[in-house]
Design a protein around this ligand. Structure first.
Ligand code: ZN
Length: 512
């Protein structure tokens, strides 16, 4: 008894000691599955060095100064993550996750002005459709692994498998006992899957989303205005103005409506004007931003600083593997670099981090349970070690938020979903179970614990897919779609200003 009492005293005292070493390591092994993490915790209030997070029964039960813990963590395993940052897991608010076993599209040097140009080859364009490769279920599982192994714990992805990431658009995909209404993720709110484009009326398909149905949804996350032209702008007009088109079409549909409300999140929104965004802001609607896919397909993306200044909640999403980012980290790199190069504006790492965590939870309607490390929320936590990736001139190399959002996958020390070990560095291997396996992330080994979710080892699953696009992506993913500025306007030659973007419909576009 005396020994046990002494041990409890030592464990309770340990959090107050400072241990300096890179990465995470197990300081003491507990008698329960509770975990005590210590490192720099990043929160909407800022980065809090030398803070502790206690995880019990899958939830966060304490966040604060380590000396205030008392004995409540005495049964937990203590993990010291000096020089690392402890972040909520990323939330990806836009994916077409079933397209995860195809390779990114090749750049054929052809920019388009509307999604139907590349989707169906409208207006003489080359169709760029990328069919789902093999089993949709296996592709979805593979895509969830890719995101999980790069720090994303929740996805709005249009398809789901059990386990792995949470699926915030499926009740069955919420995991860990989370019970909540889910988001409706809509690719064709105007029933225009066949490639219908309109300008001046709303004669799309016969069954567009209506105001009454949309109004009842917890969250309605919908593709609107994916394009740069008048036809893309027309989509917003048809969904934001009751009087824009009062003439029903003969075979159904044809009427404009108004869905702009706090439960709406607009995916892409490229065709919206400043006045449109002012309406979005006034109505408290939200925007999902997928910069890499926008830039690769259309040559540009939103000047998101205007939206932020207007007070719009913006969340990041990767769109899909064929034209978007393979990971949320690569989406953040694109978002920051394009905004700076194209618009001359700086997006602070903390702002981008909010788009990947708390804002994303709000957009998906899960801010009560996810999106930050707070007492009572689910313990979806990612720990990042090392330096941020990105351009060598990136100003924020020492910023804790940059360390998280720009981290290459090999920098991940730990991924917890609901307190469950999903991926860990070798320094934490002693906490893994028999079903965990060692996987190479570039030059470093990690321990992955996904066999329960897959029904096989990761390596067996990988082998069964016979050489599809990888799910483990250290450094820059292979064949990554470009995030380089490819469109400018006659008035400014090599610089695209905010005014250029929002007057696109009245200016001649130069392709270069
Ligand atoms: Zn999409």
């Amino acid at each position: 008894m005396r020994t046990a009492g002494f041990l409890s005293f030592v464990l309770a005292a340990l959090p107050c000691l400072r241990v300096a070493s890179a990465g995470c390591r197990v300081v003491s092994r507990g008698i329960t599955r509770d975990l005590l993490l210590r490192g720099t915790v990043i929160t909407p209030e800022g980065a809090l060095p030398n803070y502790t997070v206690l995880v019990q029964s899958g939830k966060v039960t304490y966040v604060g100064d380590s000396c205030g813990l008392g004995t409540r963590a005495r049964d937990a395993s203590h993990i010291e993550c000096a020089d690392s940052v402890i972040s909520p897991g990323f939330i990806n608010t836009h994916e077409h996750i079933e397209y995860s076993t195809v390779r990114p599209l090749a750049d054929i040097g052809e920019l388009v002005d509307h999604r139907h140009d590349w989707r169906v080859g409208a207006r003489g364009h080359t169709p760029r459709y990328a069919p789902v490769n093999g089993s949709k279920v296996e592709a979805t599982r593979w895509g969830e692994l890719r995101h999980l192994f790069s720090g994303t714990t929740s996805i709005v992805g249009g398809a789901m498998v059990s386990g792995l990431t949470r699926n915030l658009d499926y009740v069955a995909g919420l995991e860990d006992g989370l019970v909540a209404p889910v988001a409706l993720n809509d690719v064709f709110p105007l029933d225009d899957a066949d490639g219908i484009m309109r300008n001046g009326d709303c004669d799309y398909g016969p069954e567009p989303m209506n105001r009454e149905t949309a109004g009842k949804l917890h969250r309605y996350i919908a593709h609107i205005g994916e394009g740069l032209d008048a036809e893309a702008a027309n989509e917003f007009a048809c969904l934001s103005n009751m009087t824009f088109d009062n003439m029903p079409a003969s075979d159904g549909g044809g009427l404009s409506t108004d869905l702009i409300a706090p439960n709406l999140a607009i995916i892409h929104a490229l065709g919206l004007s400043t006045a449109d965004f002012d309406l979005v802001a006034a109505r408290d609607a939200q925007v999902v931003w997928s910069p890499r896919s926008n830039v690769f397909l259309y040559g540009k993306t939103l000047n998101v600083t205007y939206l932020l200044e207007a007070g719009i909640t913006v969340a990041l999403g990767t769109d899909w593997l064929p034209s978007g980012s393979a990971t949320m980290g690569r989406e953040a790199v694109c978002a920051a670099s394009f905004t700076e190069e194209s618009y001359g504006m700086t997006l602070e790492p903390k702002t981008l981090w909010e788009m990947m965590t708390l804002n994303a939870a709000k957009v998906a309607g899960f801010e009560q349970d996810l999106g930050s490390i707070e007492v009572g929320k689910l313990a979806d936590i990612v720990v990042f070690d090392g330096q941020a990736q990105g351009r060598s001139d990136m100003k924020h190399q020492s910023d804790a938020f940059a360390q998280a959002i720009f981290a290459p996958a090999e920098n991940i020390e730990l991924v917890l979903r609901g307190g469950k070990f999903m991926l860990a560095s070798n320094g934490l291997k002693s906490l893994s179970t028999d079903t965990c396996e060692t996987l190479a992330f570039g030059n470093v080994n990690k321990t992955a614990c996904v066999a329960d979710e897959l029904g096989s080892s990761f390596k067996e699953f990988e082998a069964s897919l016979q050489g599809v696009y990888p799910a483990i992506l250290p450094a820059v993913p292979p064949d990554e779609p470009s995030c380089e500025l490819t469109r400018c306007y006659p008035t400014t030659q090599n610089q695209c200003s905010i005014e250029d973007h929002f007057t696109i419909n009245t200016q001649q576009v130069l392709h270069r």
